[in-house]
Design a protein around this ligand. Structure first.
Ligand SMILES: Cc1cc2nc3c(=O)[nH]c(=O)nc-3n(C[C@H](O)[C@H](O)[C@H](O)COP(=O)(O)OP(=O)(O)OC[C@H]3O[C@@H](n4cnc5c(N)ncnc54)[C@H](O)[C@@H]3O)c2cc1C
Length: 414
């Protein structure tokens, strides 16, 4: 195993889709030394779609074009981009370790995980052996191979409809296999209308594929009608499958990171913080309601700002509280609590009486909720006494006797 970097990065981002690249842009603009690791081509799933009509301000564009703009913006700001597949992580320490399949090890003080998702498979006979031989999960990538041929599309959500429409530009015919009974689809109404108006598209309702057949290349599919149970075989040259996605979080399974039952990363929807300090999640790999380019970018921006705040807090904590050689009196306060403002003042006065033995650290509770949680502080004022980075005493009531309390501690720490 090699170690390419001696000093840890401020921020490592895993996954270079819209979420990761936006995080990188925000990271670089916040002057964090940022590394973006992407295993394939930058742009992720967004780079596989030919039509993007909902990226604000762009009107109508293509996924590859939009993602090329994201990438050049990222590079322009000086983000380091490398192409490697992240195979394992050790996120629990203060310095996080990212290991790649090549055997390289990268270190950072904060990490944003934005590995996105990949298409769900049908799991039927013939699908695996014929993948890449007529079975596809990306119309943009493969439509060209099916020029003037007949294909089926499995699925009925937005992606399936969009991809079916795109395929009609190349194919002779496109048959959509819809699991729901006649008239019911998951796609939005506008897409459905475009679908119904396209005379190259045929709809097969209330049906699923039981088997994909072919000797080296797809030749037919066996369809099952869910209403009648009837099986029919239909000739086709290709099968495009769009039945949802699965998060790319396999490499995180043993990391201690909280994942939901489907493998999506659980993160705070306001800050993108995960259950591990200094680790944030963004984009489609996160458990969330709407998976789009704009929401991935939004997650990335928030995660990078939260990572910056985390690093600043950690730096402040290390410098002001954990590392000083003298005992530290950390006062958790809030501008909304007059009593906490009084305690700040008393701390200064009582410390002066004690010969300035203590270093005073002021911690605003509402700006530093994470630190408060870490040290079990639930209210202001609270005073923690630190010695060599450890909490050795605390006071969260009876402040009238503050100077007396401090004098007693003075004897203990002298
Ligand atoms: C066919 C299709 C059409 C779509 N059309 C639209 C649309 O028109 N408008 C819209 O807003 N959204 C659209 N979407 C959704 C949109 O593309 C996604 O929501 C968005 O790309 C999610 O961004 P992301 O950065 O979270 O993840 P992704 O785009 O999935 O990117 C994740 C990246 O992480 C990389 N990665 C994964 N694991 C690792 C690892 N271990 N090591 C290193 N790198 C790793 C992947 O290679 C990938 O590049 C479409 C999606 C599809 C599939």
């Amino acid at each position: 195993m090699t170690t390419p970097m001696a000093a840890p990065y401020d921020l490592i981002i895993v996954g270079g889709g819209p979420a990761g690249m936006t995080a990188a842009i925000y990271g670089a603009r916040a002057k964090m030394r940022t590394l973006l690791i992407e295993k394939a081509r930058h742009g992720g799933q967004a780079a596989t779609t030919e039509e993007v009509e909902n990226w604000p301000g762009a009107g109508k564009t293509t996924g590859p074009e939009l993602m090329a703009q994201f990438r050049s913006h990222t590079e322009h700001l000086g983000v380091e981009l490398i192409k490697e597949d992240v195979a394992g992580v050790d996120l629990t320490g203060e310095v996080k370790v990212i290991e790649t399949r090549k055997g390289n090890r990268y270190e950072a003080r904060a990490v944003i995980l934005s590995p996105g998702a990949h298409p769900r498979t049908l799991g039927v006979k013939g699908e695996g052996p014929l993948r890449g031989k007529g079975v596809s999960y990306c119309a943009t990538c493969d439509a060209d191979f099916f020029t003037a041929l007949d294909v089926v599309v499995v699925g009925n959500g937005d992606a399936a409809v969009e991809e079916a429409l795109y395929l009609t530009r190349f194919c002779n015919s496109v048959t959509l296999i819809i699991i729901h009974p006649f008239g019911t689809m998951d796609a939005n109404k506008a897409s459905q209308e475009r679908l119904f108006q396209n005379d190259k598209i045929r709809l097969v309702w209330h049906s699923v594929i039981e088997e994909i057949k072919g000797d080296g290349l797809v030749e037919s599919v066996v369809l099952k009608n869910l209403g009648t149970g009837e099986l029919t075989e239909m000739e086709t040259n290709g099968v495009f499958i769009f039945i949802g996605t699965v998060p790319n979080t396999e490499f995180l399974k043993e990391s201690g990171l909280a994942l939901d039952e489907r493998g999506y990363i659980i993160a705070d929807s306001e800050t993108m913080a995960t259950n591990i300090d200094g680790v944030f999640a963004a984009g489609d790999a996160r458990r969330k309601w709407l998976r789009q380019i704009v929401t991935a970018a939004s997650d990335g921006a928030i995660a990078a700002c939260a990572a910056e705040k985390y690093l600043a807090e950690e730096e402040h904590l290390r410098h002001e509280v954990l590392e000083p050689s003298e005992p530290v009196l950390a006062v958790f306060w809030s501008p909304a609590s007059q009593q906490s403002l009084d305690v700040l003042q008393w701390a200064e006065q009582c410390n002066a009486q004690a010969g300035g033995l203590f270093k005073l650290a002021r911690i605003d509770l509402y700006k530093s909720t994470r630190l408060a949680e870490r040290f079990g502080v639930e209210q202001v004022p609270t005073v923690l006494l630190f010695r060599n980075g450890q909490v050795v005493d605390r006071l969260d009531a009876n402040f009238d006797d503050f100077c007396h309390w401090l004098t007693e501690r003075t004897q203990a720490v002298r």
